[in-house]
Design a protein around this ligand. Structure first.
Ligand code: SF4
Length: 250
């Protein structure tokens, strides 16, 4: 390789910086994300905005469109969740957390499960990870009012452990009803648990990111959970790539 010529990774980095600049606001308002480490090998292989790979549909199977049962509503889902005893998570909860936001959301954000602050308040993503999530939305022109935020399971798992398969299964009808009622324009899965629940597979996050999947015809993008990024700052750059992909679909 000619050392005088830029590498593919260097070209990719330069294009991203230009893209960030042209899309406006991000560098000025969110320097903490831009300050993420230089792109690694995974970044170098990620698709650019507008590229065929970014715009292409994933080969994952598309689930049949869910019908809304007659008389169903977001309020009735929330009421059912608040009194639900369908899995063991009901025994440790203070408050069930059905989710909240726009009834006609641009984006449905799906996380894993409520944490301590959410369990106390009954509201999704209000702790540190939730505040961090808010900082992701603003640069792509979104906020809580234009989204609906919920989780795969509606009750807090003990010590914030991952929800178990039987708990995810028991809680699945509530999320399915919410998706059918909300009819979101886009879905963003926050983390592996949400992605596996909605895409019905067990692929790695690395394999699921950087693609536009489809859930009953609704474009779905996968990124890391905010808590994971708070633990590992190297994930900031991949998250920004995922947010740019989401923005390109809005
Ligand atoms: S996690 Fe879901 S299924 Fe389990 S008790 Fe809570 S609302 Fe019911």
């Amino acid at each position: 390789m000619d050392p005088s010529k830029p590498s593919a990774a260097e070209i990719w980095k330069a294009l991203n910086i230009l893209d960030d600049f042209l899309s406006g606001g991000f560098i000025r308002e969110h320097p903490e994300l831009i300050a993420a480490p230089a792109p690694d090998a995974a970044d170098a292989g990620a698709p650019a905005m507008g590229s065929p790979a970014a715009a292409g549909q994933d080969a994952a199977p598309v689930r049949a469109a869910a019908a809304v049962p007659a008389g169903d509503s977001l309020a009735s889902v929330a009421e059912a969740v608040s009194g639900c005893t369908a899995c063991a998570l009901c025994t440790g909860r203070k408050t069930a957390v059905p989710g909240e936001g726009s009834a006609e959301p641009l984006v449905l954000l799906v996380g894993e499960g409520p944490g301590e602050e959410e369990d106390k308040s009954g509201r999704p993503f209000v702790g540190r990870a939730g505040q961090y999530l808010d900082s992701w939305l603003k640069p792509i022109g979104l906020d809580r009012a234009s989204c609906f935020v919920t989780n795969v399971v509606k009750c807090r798992p003990p010590q914030n452990r991952e929800p178990r398969p039987e708990e995810i299964q028991a809680c699945a009808p509530y999320l399915d009803r919410q998706i059918a009622l909300l009819k979101p324009t886009l879905i963003l899965c926050l983390g592996r648990i949400a992605a596996h629940r909605l895409l019905e597979g067990n692929a790695s996050l690395g394999a699921l990111r950087g693609k536009v999947h489809s859930l009953s015809g609704v474009p779905l993008v996968v990124t890391y959970h905010p808590s994971a990024v708070l633990r590992d700052q190297a994930l900031k750059r991949p998250v920004w790539e995922d947010l740019k992909l989401l923005k390109s679909l809005l």
